[in-house]
Design a protein around this ligand. Structure first.
Ligand SMILES: [Zn+2]
Ligand SMILES: [Zn+2]
Length: 358
């Protein structure tokens, strides 16, 4: 349906989204014609996965042997774990080894174990498909679990990387919102119950265990610091210290890099998705492109998520590396049809698309 206004044709949001999809898909086809190697999707995905895993292991061994400094190891591992996050996301959309299930699931298992602060990826698949279908709604639990839609406070900052305690703190409100959505007919009762159930199952036991170890490690470090200044004289019982010592290698090489990576990813994703007042089915209102210069250090650890995730909302079934290589053309298309770029007002509006204060 067109609305004509002084010789201008105003497109509906469905038509705009359709055009965006068409033009971006066309640009991908051109890209693949120019570089036919890009069509070897399984092999490229597997090679990237393998390189990332090998580098993480090599850097970690280097650190263990005191060849690589701790800071460099954490930064390098966080970068390559960010790459593995993209591989996981592509696997969730069945973009690699759809027919060779053993390889597919083995890859999914390894990217999870190397990123244990994240939720179970087999369960995340359901949460993520729900996100694509209902992005920005009160029951978009995947985004809400990473602080999307909350007011900017110290609490939001501290809970940005934390899906366990942070999740617990927002559970009451989120479940209340979901019950209201069911009452208002916006969400099916069965879907609501299923989401609530699998949200809990998705963090048992790996994610909870990884978070609890990190809590102990961070509190232990804080107590040591306070004791050093004679402010307190507290410490954990010996068995906790022993547990931390025995897990030292995992804490440093896996958990700390993931904490950094997860903070960066959650900060970017929770501020580039809109929440709460997104018009139903309007993909243009679901996200913005967030690529302003000061986000660059954070983009580094989530493989430039803010640059490309908006594109993914329109063209879902494309790999992250094609999305990344073809981002310039795709961003031009998004801009042409009115997708927002670097709308920093979102920080003041608790990620609402509209400004209700005016
Ligand atoms: Zn997706
Ligand atoms: Zn999204």
């Amino acid at each position: 349906m067109y609305f004509c206004f002084q010789n201008h044709i105003i497109l509906t949001h469905q038509e705009k989204s359709g055009q965006i999809r068409k033009e971006i898909n066309l640009s991908y086809q051109q890209l693949k014609r120019a570089y036919p190697i890009l069509k070897r999707q399984n092999s490229i995905g597997f090679v990237i996965f393998l390189i990332a895993v090998i580098i993480i292991i090599a850097v970690s061994i280097g650190w263990y042997r005191a060849i690589v400094p701790t800071c460099l190891m954490i930064v390098a591992n966080a970068f390559f774990m960010g790459l593995l996050h993209e591989i996981e996301h592509d696997l969730i959309h069945w973009l690699y080894f759809k027919k060779q299930k053993t390889i597919h699931h083995a890859m999914l298992f390894i990217v999870w174990i190397l990123r244990p602060l994240t939720v179970n990826p087999w369960i995340r698949r359901t949460l993520h498909h729900h996100h694509h279908k209902f992005s920005g709604t009160l029951h978009d639990v995947e985004e809400r679990s990473v602080t999307n839609g909350e007011r900017w406070t110290i609490k939001r900052l501290l809970t940005t990387p934390d899906v366990v305690l942070g999740g617990l703190l927002r559970l009451h409100r989120m479940f209340g919102d979901m019950d209201r959505e069911v009452k208002n007919g916006n969400l099916k009762m069965e879907t609501s119950s299923k989401l609530k159930r699998i949200m809990f199952l998705s963090i048992v036991p790996v994610t909870i265990f990884a978070h609890v170890v990190l809590y102990f490690f961070l509190v232990d470090g804080l107590l040591d610091w306070l004791n050093g200044y004679d402010i307190t004289n507290l410490s954990f019982p010996h068995y906790v210290d022993n547990m931390l010592i025995s897990l030292n290698l995992i804490i440093y090489t896996i958990l700390l890099p993931n904490l950094l990576r997860q903070f960066c990813l959650h900060f970017i994703t929770s501020n580039m998705h809109y929440f709460g007042d997104v018009e139903e089915g309007n993909v243009i209102e679901q996200t913005q492109v967030l690529n302003i210069w000061w986000t660059y250090p954070m983009q580094l650890f989530c493989f430039f998520f803010g640059w490309t995730h908006s594109i993914h909302h329109f063209v879902v079934n494309e790999t992250f590396y094609v999305r990344h290589i073809g981002r310039k053309k795709a961003q031009e298309v998004l801009r042409k049809y009115g997708v927002r770029f670097n709308d920093l007002g979102t920080f003041k509006r608790a990620n609402r698309f509209r400004d209700f204060s005016k």
